[in-house]
Design a protein. Sequence first.
Lengths: 526, 425
Amino acid sequence: MKLTVWTYEGPPHVGAMRVATGMKGLHYVLHAPQGDTYADLLFTMIERRNHRPPVTYTTFQARDLGSDTADLFEVACRDAVERFNPEAIIVGASCTAELIQDDPGGIAERMGLDLPVVALELPSYQRKENFGVSETFLQLVRHLARPMERTARVSCNILGPTGLGFRHRDDVEELTGLLHEIGVDVNVIAPMGSSPTDLTRLGAAHFNVMLYPEAAEDACRWMERNLEQPYTRTVPIGVGATRDFIAEVGRLAGIANPRTDESRLRLPWWSASVDSTYLTGKRVFIFGDATHAIAAARIARDEMGFEVVGLGCYNREFARPIRAVAREMGLEALVTDDYLEVERAIEEASPEMILGTQMERHIGKRLGIPCAVISAPVHVQDFPARYSPQGGWEGANVIFDTWIHPLVMGLEEHLLAMFREDFEFHDEAGPSHHGGHAPRPMAPMEPANASHAPAAGEAAEPAATPTAAPAGGEVIWLADAEKELRKIPFFVRGKARRNTEKFAAEKGLSAISIETLYEAKAHYAR
Amino acid sequence: MKAQPDSTGCREAPVLKERGQREVFCGLTGIIWLHRKMQDAFFLVVGSRTCAHLLQSAAGVMIFAEPRFGTAVLEEKDLAGLADANEELDREVARLLARRPDIRQLFLVGSCPSEVIKLDLSRAAERLTEIHAPHVRVLNYSGSGIETTFTQGEDACLAAMVPHLPHSDERQLMVAGALPDVVEDQMLKLLADLGVGPVRVLPARRVDGDLSVGPNTVVAVAQPFLGDTLEALERRGARHLPAPFPFGEQGTTAWLAAIAREFGVPEAHFEAVTAAPRARARKAVASASENLRGKTIFFFPDSQLEVPLARFMTTECGMRPLEIGSPFIHKGLVGPDLDMIPAGPIISEGQDVDLQLERCRAQRPDLTVCGLGLANPLEAEGLTTKWAIELVFTPVHFYEQAGDLAGLFSRPVRRKGLLRMEAAE
Ligand code: SF4
Ligand code: SF4
């Protein structure tokens, strides 16, 4: 048993739903109790889909247990096939159904249905959402894809995008354009947008683009072995990674000097222009799924000039690659799905900015650290109306804008420091372009929307104050030092306090004077 | 077209009982509001990653720093042996309570997985109470999807508390049902002005409240889904005051009137206390419901609030219900509301969502009240919807909220009239 408050990933059957909902002509018959239908709202509200997910839940109840839950499954399965007339179905069990062992796969296979039936084994008590995505996609590919003649022109499949994915919709569009410029056709994009029939044509591509390893690595490996299709290893998020990706595509496609139109790429100049010197050396903490965290680490260090002070991911399956990247940056990767542990690590590192998920956004709110979102778990805000990919050239532009948005802008930072006691222009006001969104000691409630309507009208619980008294209370702040500390802009105050206390403790001081404060400042100056 | 008043009402109308795929939350969802209401309580779900994910999705991604609820997620090894599962549970509880000394009551909340593996949480609660008494009281109830639908979770929770209430012979009024604090305070003020007292509220905000029950307790139920709670209270000797539920001006007045009659409040005094808020509520409802009058409404089953809300929409907002679907229709509770709804609409209990969607599409109601899973897809088909969950999470009871309640329904209708995307020419 493990006490869980907030989770980064849902159960594996939600992963299977992401595959089914992204596709067309596929239906998922899920043996599950009524409450599990909550998962529909992830798609209809958070992603604003205009169709119900193609999922039939058997919604068995206590009174059905031990008697006819298996019949219930069979009836639901037959009804779903009749009503929705899919090209293929996937069948499986949620966590509860796994315990009653009705064997949905076996039942469906014995029903003699006139369409492909793909049985899913998703161990709910061991694995999580990303596994569910990956395994479901792999099983679909195994059942449906066959070796076949390659397309006349060089082509590839784009693999990995799903329903409820972080910017998948736009990444696919960006990549399709990029590949087109290189001279590579796109054969099938899957799972998102494809039908089971499309999957039977996967084998016609010359190679595969593995857009999101979390979703597609298992399928790519299988296709490499069974369909003799090599696949790309670089995820094209960020300028350098996109360049590497283009080179890799060139090799796989046999195109000697692959070129794309870089006139739309603005990140390099935006990073190099004078205003961006205020970005230089900003200390950032990065946490997300491994793919996005790894991509963000490279962008942060090499393309923005940030200092990466923490790097981690919540999906253990990818512990190895993220550890390697962290090591290369002189860090130890944080691999955990325990949100409290992430919070502790961030507090410890006291970065100037977090690049994380919606969870870290809340941590940032509490600690008064700006945060930009780089990865799932997704939220209604991660499905913007406008085009905003992460991958390719436009993705790099979007990332630049997204990351600097939460920060105080260059000149503004100096003005805030200069006029910090001005009644109107005081530092608590935060970035001027954020209106009411300045960090406050209490996690503020944001405008009501789909997924958090429940809290409407309720006050947030008081949050831990980041600048608590030193542990053990051995070091005290003298009054004038405390006053001086308050003159330091809020966005670095927490760090200044912690650093000074650490410095005092190391020096064995029992009280902090103005002198100590500035000594510490000099000590930690970079 | 105004609904024609009908002397028979809907109480005796045949109920269409459906048993098929449902599209509703399980009882765990109640934790989202219960943990805010009971400020010294912690809700520990013993369940799976699905349960944790449900709570998180229903609560929005992490609104609260460290909420007073969590899920003890069962793992492979817990499924292997119940002895170990109990040991693990004891350990997690001890850890939790050590970290949260502010917790005075702990609810072990059963889920589908814990029930299927027959983990006996009532024995666990007894055992843990012994260990952690007197500081912490440990109770249990089921919020599982195989036993409970959405608001039934609150019912199960309150019903679990009833046997532990101290006995009292005092003549008192108990109001059952978790209400937002602001609404509860308004209600207490109205009752005090009427001269009714003492008034106890279940659930109390804190464990050491003055809550008690006995043969001289009369119960006014504020939420229509509290069937088991009411039964438990009746077993303790309390007596129920049946009444329409306090939504809108009429519902609130009828609900208060039942109490006033019981406590012998003179009619003139009742008039004096309620006249002003009644007038305010009538006025607010009249203006908020302007664009609802004469329109049709269709309720998918969600929270069991459907019948009383349909009553409000019919008799106060001038709408005509086509179907009133509810997960469960407890006539002992919603009978008085059913009486006030003119015969005509289909009354359905349970659900077969695909059949119900067909009925809804065939009738093309002007407004469809449904869950979040259905709302956007129906909007995309051109229907106007109101998501039902908002009706549970927003203060909607009593006079001062009557206009807001009507507003929740009229906003989607108003929006439909406002949005224009065509070229001007
Ligand atoms: S329906 Fe059952 S398994 Fe699903 S979230 Fe509710 S209690 Fe958990
Ligand atoms: S309050 Fe709601 S919208 Fe705002 S960050 Fe939290 S979950 Fe997201």
